[in-house]
Design a protein around this ligand. Structure first.
Ligand code: PA5
Length: 420
């Protein structure tokens, strides 16, 4: 179970100030169930951990088992919400089966070429993921890899392509039906960045060997626990704290972690909050940092730069392994005072020391501690932040579920490309 620690918020946010947000929180939370609220068409994720399609879930597990059995590599094609959740989970829990490669999340020829080299001479499959079915980056990557798959397998390629897309609309749905590819549905009422617990995330995660039932069970626990309509609810506390800080000029939230494998959880969070809140001239800018690595690059700014920062620290207590520091006869590096200590102890001290230093330097912090690194906890974490984001967007007074600003670059790019 996640544990939210708000001890490093004073003097910026007091217990009374948090309590004072309760009416706003109550109204914002209720909007997620209000069919007249902005974005109400895209709140299918709120009850998803209990409402998900069980028949499709079984098909996902079956498809994952087949891919694990007949493929050395799975090429996952997608971008944004059709990419980051699965990538985040697969960085935390690396595949114990096929190698999983991501393409279509950039326009880099190098990236394409490196994955082309990985599949050469191997058995492989493709999971193409796009809700709209027409996003440029994944469409281009899919064209390239589908071409390679057909060159290798001929007609049999069709049994190695898995399409995750809209149930009825879009170019991808049309070609999937035409070619008989196994298809999975991104529900109409679940937007890309809230879709990690649909087939979008579940199929690649299951291919990697992670228990997706446990992932969904963790999310379902979170759904029930965080539905509490009071300031006892850690989601309410987190949302209240970050909005109070924002109103005081803390306009940047850094999602920090102490595990390199959580870097992509930070990327997922950046999309979730950035696309949901950054609109109408408002929004907390989401950033991410990986400690202690970035203490040697961003640390100076965080400690001493513009005082516009708040931190949300994701800290895993038990990462499932540890290393003991050996003693050395000559103690040339002066580290014998740590001999016999586990590395996790050093990390914990670095975490505590950093938290205090940043707090003393005027950077308030919220700490989300995770007892373990397991699928259930990750499911809880995903849901915790999705719910926080939905409620927080309404507190901010924006529609958290649209993304009108994403279109601007596409319009220019298509004009320059001469798209008919
Ligand atoms: O959250 C979102 O809606 C976006 O980030 C999309 O997921 C992203 O643009 C990819 O879109 P699509 O799944 O339609 O290819």
């Amino acid at each position: 179970m996640l544990n939210l620690d708000l001890n490093k918020l004073a003097p910026h946010v007091t217990a009374e100030a948090l309590q004072g947000m309760s009416e706003e929180l109550s109204a914002a939370h209720a909007k997620l169930y209000d069919p007249t609220a902005p974005g109400s068409d895209f709140t299918g994720w709120v009850r998803l951990p209990e409402n998900y399609d069980k028949e499709e879930f079984a098909r996902i597990q079956k498809a994952a088992a087949k891919i694990r059995q007949d493929s050395d590599v799975l090429v996952v094609v997608g971008i944004g919400g059709s990419y980051l959740g699965a990538r985040a989970a697969l960085e935390v829990f690396p595949s114990d089966g096929p190698e999983i490669c991501f393409v279509g999340c950039s326009l880099s020829p190098n990236e394409i070429q490196s994955v082309q080299k990985k599949v050469a001479g191997k058995n492989w499959s493709i999971n193409v993921i796009s809700k709209s079915g027409g996003t440029t980056e994944p469409a281009i990557a899919f064209r390239i890899f589908r071409d390679m798959l057909v060159a290798q397998y001929g007609q049999q390629a069709n049994s190695r392509i898995y399409a995750t897309t809209d149930k009825a609309r879009g170019a991808l749905k049309t070609i999937a039906d035409r070619n008989g590819w196994e298809s999975f549905v991104i529900p109409d009422n679940v937007g890309g960045r809230f879709s990690v617990l649909t087939a979008v995330g579940l199929l690649p995660i299951a291919v990697g060997g992670t228990d997706i039932e446990a992932l969904m069970a963790g999310a379902a626990d979170a759904m029930n626990r965080y539905d509490l309509r009071s300031m006892e609810n850690p989601v309410w506390q987190y949302v209240a704290a970050r909005n109070l800080l924002y109103r005081q000029g803390k306009t940047v939230e850094i999602y920090c972690n102490y595990e390199p494998s959580y870097t992509f959880v930070g990327e997922w969070l950046k999309q979730l909050f950035g696309e949901s809140e950054g609109k109408d001239g408002k929004g907390i800018f989401p950033a991410s940092a990986q400690f202690t690595t970035d203490l040697h690059s961003l640390g100076q700014y965080i400690q001493d730069g513009e005082r516009i920062l708040m931190e949300t620290v994701l800290y895993v207590d038990d990462t499932g392994c540890d290393v003991t520091l050996p003693s050395s006869e000559d103690d040339g590096d002066n580290l014998n005072y740590l001999a016999g200590k586990p590395l996790s102890f050093v990390r914990e001290m670095a975490f505590q020391g950093t938290l205090d230093a940043h707090h003393d330097g005027g950077v308030p912090a919220m700490v989300l501690r995770m007892p373990h690194m397991d699928a259930r906890t990750l499911g809880e974490l995903f849901y915790f932040f999705e719910l926080s984001c939905g409620i927080s967007g309404h507190v901010l007074g924006v529609n958290p579920f649209n993304q009108p600003g994403v279109e601007a670059y596409k319009k220019n790019m298509f004009a320059l490309l001469g798209r008919p």
